[in-house]
Structure formats: C-alpha cells, structure tokens
Design a binder for this molecule. Sequence first.
Ligand SMILES: [Zn+2]
Length: 108
Amino acid sequence: MIKVYDAANHIDAQLALDELLAADIEAVMKGQFLSGGAGELPPSGLVTLWVLDEAFEDKAKAVITEYENRNQSCAPAQDCAGCGERVEGNFACCWNCGAELPEISKSF
Ligand SMILES: [Zn+2]
C-alpha cells in the first residue's frame, strides 16, 4: 500500500477518492476518524489516500493531479452582492455590474 495524496480535509479526500475509484484504482482513505479522539490534536492534514496496489501509483498520481488542476480552474459559482447575477467562480469581478467579488475560500 502506498500513499498518493495528502488531503486538505476529509471532503477533499472523498472527492479525490471517488476519482481514483472511478479510474478503477483500488484506494482507501485514512485519518478521517481521528477527530475527537481524547487528548488528540485536531487532525489537520492527516487525511490521506492510499493505493492498495503499488503498481497503480503512477496512474493514481496522474488522476490526483488532474483532480487538483480541475479544482483550481473550476471555483464554485457565486451570486454577485451588487446585482444578484450568477457569476462563475473563476471571475474576479461580476460580468454584469463590474462589482468586485469576494475571494472564495477553498476550505469547507
Ligand atoms: Zn453584479
């Protein structure tokens, strides 16, 4: 078993895991159950994805890279505070009224 991804949080990990499984790569998530343990620190950065068969490491990393790239280019759409128009996430300003849009946090 080999680690292929350090997730930002368990939602991120789940999305990436779905990509791996969709590509017929057997993978598991680790670390998602660590929160709330007695006396433990918050598990920031501890959610990881592991590929069961090391022969799939390269393929898995390619899937992860593609997943990350897609995430960066596809920020969620939001409603403009100025005019209420729906604006795709990769715009910095509203295309309709020109209002500046708030930076979208990628954390959930
Ligand atoms: Zn607007």
